[in-house]
Design a protein around this ligand. Structure first.
Ligand SMILES: [Zn+2]
Length: 192
């Protein structure tokens, strides 16, 4: 998207205090920080929401977040941070280019935990029903089936490889036995 502010940062059309960059992802300081070291991490490709990415792209992005979590709080003199996405406009997303926040947290900073984001009234007795709904949705959805399928395929592939190694070993053994039969018997030859 040409007028997206984060795409412009990716293309270098507007400046940003970049702290990390690789071929797929970019991290830079938030221009309006909530705390010291507040960092934005984005995929270079324009997606609005997390679920639009491929799983492979998401893995790459999460791996960068994992690594930066080890570094950013430490580099501003603390141990803790909040990590999150405002995933969609109801969740408070302001820039429509998917972005993670790493917000370092400090002892006595008077901030709220994630649970301070929203406080809907949800009845405790409704929780089992909600859990059921989510489980049913997982069963009916293709999302986890694809995962199962790809794991099944991986397993089959590795079984295939194991089988082909075994058959190669068998052939090699047979070949060796045949060669031994063909070879002149040196021990007998020497005796003569
Ligand atoms: Zn964008």
């Amino acid at each position: 998207m040409t007028d997206c502010i984060f795409c412009k940062i990716v293309r270098g059309e507007i400046p940003a205090l970049k702290v990390y960059e690789d071929s797929l992802n970019l991290a830079f300081l938030d221009i309006n920080p909530c705390s010291l070291g507040h960092t934005i991490i984005i995929p270079k490709k324009h997606y609005q929401k997390l679920e639009e990415m491929t799983e492979e792209e998401a893995k790459e992005l999460f791996s960068v977040i994992f690594r930066l979590t080890k570094i950013i709080p430490k580099s501003v003199g603390t141990t803790d941070c909040n990590i999150g996405i405002n995933n969609g406009k109801f969740a408070g997303q302001e820039v429509s280019h998917l972005h993670f926040h790493i917000i370092p947290r400090f002892e006595g900073d008077n901030g709220l935990p994630m649970q301070g984001l929203v406080r809907m009234e949800v009845k405790k007795e409704d929780l089992p029903k909600i859990a059921e709904k989510i489980k049913k949705e997982i069963e009916n959805s293709e999302v986890f089936k694809e995962k199962e399928k790809s794991e099944e395929q991986k397993k089959e592939k590795s079984e295939e490889i194991k089988e082909s190694i075994k058959s190669f070993e068998r052939e090699w053994q047979e070949f060796n036995l045949e060669e031994q039969d063909k070879a002149p018997n040196y021990s007998e030859a020497r005796r003569e």
